[in-house]
Ligand binder design. Structure first.
Ligand code: NAD
Length: 272
């Protein structure tokens, strides 16, 4: 039973946020998640291939009095993924929550996507998830079990206006990976779920549209397409992940939780 004055929602949990930096100033999904976990009592290992970005998030957490450490490595390398888990164990004594945020996209359909683009997208969106999950599961299983949250995308389930075949397909497979892990580990105490963001206003998206002559209009159009008439934020995504990672979601596994302001309903498919 919860009580007034209760501790944080992930109090004392040992957490690795994979891709906990940000490509630019402001609040990306991974950075917001790392800071929110720490505000809710977690000890956070910020894992990123960009050391400067990882340290920036760690500094923010420590500046608020939270506990965090960084690990720099490319998670497409299985040895680096194993080393990231080993770092969490060495820094915090174990690992309770794995949050997988990294993901990239390249625009193009089946007819015009070079195989190199397809492979690069799959290696980051899916292969790296396989490596870090495999490395993390033995730790997550200890101490009565743990939780995994993968960040996917609405595009894994529904078509947008432009084709992103590698992104759509790799993220759909990531969602399926989550369910496979959920099934295999349900009786072993590890839960696995995904957060499915729709249109989110992050530094990555801002940098992408900033190069267009009509950047402001694109941002307005993105917001206008959402039933709630705004883009989501990194905090919207982080709050959903926090819930799924926390003991409050202790009987929830194998779900895909949309954070899309109603976008999937508008697109005629709220069944995901
Ligand atoms: N912004 C949106 O509209 C939107 C919508 C749907 C889903 N998403 C998902 O959100 C996630 C990204 O969110 P963000 O705002 O934190 O992005 P971001 O690009 O700002 O941050 C991701 C971090 O991951 C790191 N990274 C990338 N590849 C790595 C690798 N191989 N090894 C280690 N670190 C690596 C980057 O250095 C970066 O700091 C992606 O999975 C993306 O598919 C975003």
């Amino acid at each position: 039973m919860t009580k007034i004055g209760k501790p944080g929602r992930v109090e004392g949990k040992r957490i690795a946020v994979i891709g906990g930096g940000s490509v630019g100033p402001g609040w990306g999904n991974g950075k917001a998640a790392a800071v929110l976990y720490a505000r809710e009592g977690g000890q956070v290992l910020v894992v990123d291939q960009n050391g400067k970005a990882a340290i920036e998030t760690v500094d923010l957490i420590q500046g608020e009095g939270g506990r965090a450490a960084s690990f720099v490595g490319d998670m497409t390398d299985p040895e680096a993924a194993a080393a990231a888990v080993a770092e969490a164990v060495s820094a915090f004594g174990g690992l309770d929550i794995l949050h997988y945020n990294i993901g990239i996209s390249t625009r193009g359909g089946i007819g015009d996507t070079p195989y190199e683009d397809w492979r690069r997208v799959f290696s980051i969106n899916l292969d790296a998830a396989f490596h870090i999950t495999q490395a993390a599961l033995p730790e997550l299983e200890k101490n009565g079990g743990g939780a995994i949250v993968y960040i996917t995308t609405l595009a894994a389930h529904l078509n947008g206006p432009y084709p992103y075949v590698g992104y759509e397909t790799s993220k759909a497979a990531l969602s399926r990976l989550s369910r496979s892990v959920a099934t295999e580990y349900a009786a072993r105490g590890v839960r696995s779920n995904t957060v499915v963001p729709g249109m989110i206003d992050t530094p990555h998206v801002q940098a992408h549209i900033a190069t267009a002559a009509n950047a402001e209009m694109i941002a307005k159009t993105r917001a206008g397409q959402v039933p709630m008439k705004r883009q989501g934020t990194g905090w919207d995504v982080a709050e959903a992940a926090l819930f799924l990672a926390s003991d409050a979601a202790g009987f929830i596994t194998g779900v895909d939780l949309r954070v899309d302001g109603g976008m999937a309903i508008l697109m005629g498919n709220a069944a995901i």
